[in-house]
Design a protein around this ligand. Structure first.
Ligand code: GRG
Length: 297
């Protein structure tokens, strides 16, 4: 990672943190415990990969930073909600997230469920409340994209396939379907929402960007599988080795670590090819892609 990229990423991470800090209701406003759980979940942790993708994609359409911050925050809120629900006993049943006790361990299951629900609602409130695109039609498209990416044809659907796959053998295409939905859909939405904040793009540009985002989303999950198998709990800030322990099919269980890493590289090359149409303007998006593939946690 170049120092220039690190500075860029840090400034966007700080920007999103500050925005979320002021957006989330204070812990002393009723219902206090719910608001506290929402703040506990969202603030002070996470790599903010999805916001970074939205900011980087926004450079392709010369989007305004204030619009990007709001769109990026909406995606991050959906991500935060998904982590809270994913950690619940009825799903992955995990006790550690971002290096601290999971939301339900800290606040109980009922509040954790409601915190996730409320974060999801807040995400859509943001997209409806502020002017984020040049036309209201584009803004509606943003709302639709995020809704689709979060629902049964996106993240929630992928999670359902994931839960049903425990203890089963999946083919590579089945695994790809699961990951493209569970993790990839929201990453794809982050990229597209960022681009929609700026000047309108040509159809061919949107198609290429969408394809690159699909590759980046899948590469994210391939690397996640490798890290789950290879990194420590301390490094990840979440319980390592859960996939093997839960007998879950992953890219590592099907391909082995080194072929999984090679697949991530192939996906990076595919993403880069689709970004060629944008020339130098896609520099940041290429750097965020590299960051996703080279990350250690
Ligand atoms: C509960 C509807 C519902 C969906 C859950 C996203 C998800 C679906 C489950 C999360 C389980 C998981 C660990 C998936 C692997 C990929 C992933 C989303 C990892 C966590 O994302 P990071 O690494 O987390 O961006 P940080 O903490 O950096 O934000």
């Amino acid at each position: 990672m170049t120092a220039d990229f690190q500075d860029w990423a840090r400034s966007r991470q700080e920007r999103i943190e500050t925005y979320l800090e002021t957006l989330l209701p204070p812990s002393n406003v009723a219902p206090e415990r719910l608001h506290d759980a929402m703040r506990y979940t969202v603030l002070g942790g996470g790599k903010r990969v999805r916001p970074l993708l939205a900011f980087a994609a926004g450079e392709l359409s010369e989007a305004n930073e204030d619009r990007l911050t709001i769109a990026a925050a909406a995606v991050e809120l959906i991500h935060a909600y998904s982590l809270v629900h994913d950690d619940l006993p009825c799903m992955d049943n995990d006790v550690l997230r971002r290096g601290k006790p999971t939301c339900h361990i800290e606040y109980g299951e009922a509040i954790a469920l409601l915190a996730g629900d409320s974060l999801q609602s807040l995400a859509f409130q943001l997209l409806a409340e502020y002017s984020l695109a040049d036309t209201s039609q584009t803004q509606l498209e943003m709302i639709k994209r995020l809704a689709q990416a979060s629902g049964s044809r996106g993240m929630a659907g992928g999670q359902a396939v994931d839960l049903a796959s425990i203890g089963k053998t999946l083919s590579l295409p089945e695994l790809e379907f699961m990951h493209i939905h569970k993790t990839g859909a929201l990453i794809r939405a982050a990229v597209m929402l960022g681009a929609y904040c700026g000047s309108p793009m040509k159809e061919i540009q949107l198609m290429n960007l969408d394809h690159s985002a699909k590759c980046i989303g899948l590469a994210f999950q391939v690397v996640d599988d490798v890290l789950d198998a290879e990194a420590s709990t301390a490094t990840l800030g979440k319980t390592a080795g859960k996939d093997a322990e839960n007998n879950k099919p992953t890219y590592v269980s099907i391909l082995g670590s080194s072929q999984a890493r090679e697949l991530a590289e192939e996906l990076r090359r595919d993403a880069y090819r689709s970004l060629e149409i944008f020339g130098e303007m896609a520099g940041r998006l290429r750097q965020v892609t590299d960051f996703i593939i080279q990350r250690q946690f």
